[in-house]
Design a protein around this ligand. Structure first.
Ligand SMILES: Nc1ncnc2c1ncn2[C@@H]1O[C@H](COP(=O)(O)OP(=O)(O)OP(=O)(O)O)[C@@H](O)[C@H]1O
Ligand SMILES: CC(=O)N[C@H]1[C@@H]2OC[C@@H](O2)[C@@H](O)[C@@H]1O[C@H](C)C(=O)O
Length: 388
């Protein structure tokens, strides 16, 4: 059963709250695994974080997903490999939900992006919401990006409104930088001002380089980059991509810079890694921001790479800290975000704004799937049960 999302209203309690427990699920562009995290939220504020877990992709699944990313532009929706990967991925998500062992009422399921081409108004997240709902017995909100694209937006990033909710009460302006496969920033100003964009590569290029040269799927603790030196000419060439001339909002595909990677071929493994790490940092430092943050808070796996963190501290004119300095869990943030967005979707609240994705107006998004979910559970979430 698919219920039109907007038909489901949140019943606000006497206190003005309608907090529910939502599990958010994200398998990001790094292709390292499924992140699952709980949040108690009304879609406006976050009352508490629940448990969080990551279920790593088995290496064979990672290879199959990576292969789909390469084939996605010409891939028919009924391709048997695609369907098989989608099923295995979805079952891994169900495993992640079970791993949390948390009494959630709703799931926010991002799915796996295998293609993102805003210039063609195409974005493709795979994942079988009906199977996930049947496996977990919980209503599932999915397909978060299409409505934004239909409204003229980039379809990404969607996390800014969540970062803004978390940063409520902080000294503004503050920037939240996520270094995942791709990197993105939310610039949170006073009076509700929110500007966002993807900044450039995160870890994905470095991951692919490390895999090729060392057989390990990431440059663990920046050891390879630390042993090399960035090549200034190659770096300048990488930074000459027209993406860096554009202001926010803008977004990227995991493979956006892959065609430019031939320039690295003449470099040693270590110098190539150092140059790619410097590329991630330079892309952030070169951002044309409408106002300057007082502080940068960094989340995503890239904050575990000391070469990236040192590079950011050397290049940015404000303090740079991991988000843990603000009491947040930098590995769980994106998954929490899709829990938060699922609740916003149920309430018909906007997920994106003209300054975060370029949509022509604030737009809500997401679709609700309740296939195989007991009626009583659906009714409870439709009324957005108020937690005690
Ligand atoms: N100790 C470490 N040293 C170096 N890199 C690390 C370390 N730990 C994690 N990473 C990097 O972080 C990546 C995972 O980051 P994350 O989980 O934030 O990505 P993602 O959520 O898949 O991406 P996205 O935000 O683009 O969707 C790994 O692929 C790796 O490159
Ligand atoms: C299309 C897509 O999946 N984009 C991801 C990716 O990973 C980081 C960056 O590129 C960001 O734009 C987005 O994810 C986050 C969660 C977002 O939408 O905010």
């Amino acid at each position: 059963m698919v219920i039109p999302v907007l038909a489901i209203a949140c019943r606000i309690g006497k206190t003005g709250e309608c907090m529910i427990r939502v599990i958010g699920l994200m398998s990001g562009t790094s292709l390292d695994g499924v992140d699952a995290a709980g949040v108690e939220t009304d879609g406006v504020t976050v009352r508490a974080a629940g448990p969080a877990a990551t279920v790593p992709f088995p290496p064979s699944l990672r290879r199959r997903v990576r292969d789909l990313c390469d084939r996605a532009p010409g891939l028919p929706a009924d391709d048997p490999d695609l369907r098989a990967v989608e099923r295995d991925l979805t079952l891994l998500h169900a495993q992640a939900v079970r791993a949390l062992d948390w009494p959630a009422q709703l799931i926010g399921f991002h799915g796996q992006t295998i293609l993102h081409r805003p210039e063609e108004a195409r974005t493709w997240q795979i994942g079988d919401a009906a199977l996930l709902a049947a496996e977990t017995g919980l209503p599932v909100v999915y397909d978060f990006r299409s409505a934004d694209m239909a409204a003229g937006g980039e379809g990404a990033p969607l996390v800014p409104v969540f970062h803004q909710a978390l940063a409520h009460g902080m000294d503004h302006p503050v920037a939240v930088l996520n270094i995942g496969g791709v990197a993105n920033v939310s610039l949170i100003g006073p009076h509700g001002r929110l500007v966002a964009c993807d900044t450039g590569p995160g870890n994905a290029l470095l991951d692919d380089w490390a895999m090729r040269h060392t057989g390990v799927p990431c440059d663990r603790d920046g050891a390879l980059a630390r042993a090399g030196r960035p090549d200034p000419d190659v770096l300048a060439e990488l930074m000459s991509d027209p993406f860096f001339l554009r202001g926010a909002p803008k977004s990227l595909d995991r493979l956006s810079f892959h065609r430019g990677m031939e320039v690295l071929e003449r470099l040693s493994a270590a110098d190539g890694a150092a140059t790619l790490a410097a590329f991630t940092v330079r892309a952030v430092a070169a951002l044309k921001l409408p106002f300057q943050p007082r502080r940068w808070l960094v989340c995503g796996g890239g904050r575990h790479n000391p070469v990236l963190m040192e590079g950011l501290r050397d290049s940015l004119p404000a303090a740079v800290d991991p988000v843990e300095a603000a009491g947040w869990n930098g590995d769980a943030l994106e998954a929490q975000c899709f829990g938060f967005l699922a609740m916003r979707s149920l309430r018909g609240l906007p997920l994106s704004f003209p300054d975060t994705t370029g949509a022509t107006r604030p737009v809500t998004g997401g679709r609700l799937e309740t296939h195989g979910v007991p009626d009583a559970v659906v009714r409870a979430v439709a009324a957005s049960g108020i937690t005690g």
